[in-house]
Design a protein around this ligand. Structure first.
Ligand code: SF4
Ligand code: SF4
Length: 111
């Protein structure tokens, strides 16, 4: 989820993130208090979960409010989950090809 270039998959799938954005539209991502501290707009724009508990979170996706076209409008302060998502991973490829999304553990074990 970013402005990276997907270079780890076949040439047929090499496309820069800024011409894609499918993970931001199709995957489920959460933000946590440290993310909101860095980017307060998350709390204003996203659905709060676990309010009043020790583990509050905000639901960003699917259909993240911060994507504009294919660009993340809070790129510099995006949540950790977005920072850690790896372009070219199995979930990325599924997002881009319209295939069913593998769960993260299954995707990791597939290499
Ligand atoms: S689905 Fe993959 S290529 Fe597309 S924006 Fe997300 S990480 Fe980048
Ligand atoms: S915050 Fe940015 S990178 Fe994360 S899902 Fe939304 S648009 Fe994508």
């Amino acid at each position: 989820m970013a402005e990276h270039t997907v270079a780890s998959v076949s040439a047929r799938l090499v496309v820069p993130c800024e011409r894609c954005g499918e993970c931001c539209r199709r995957l489920i991502a959460y933000a946590y208090p440290e993310d909101v501290e860095r980017e307060p707009r998350i709390a204003q724009e996203c659905k709060p979960l676990n309010v009043g508990t020790a583990a509050p979170a905000w639901l960003l996706t699917p259909g993240c409010p911060f994507i504009d076209g294919n660009t993340c409008t809070i790129y510099a302060t995006r949540p950790r989950e977005c920072r850690e998502f790896a372009p070219g991973c199995a979930q990325c490829v599924a997002c881009r090809t319209g295939a069913p999304i593998p769960d993260p553990e299954e995707a990791e074990s597939d290499g």
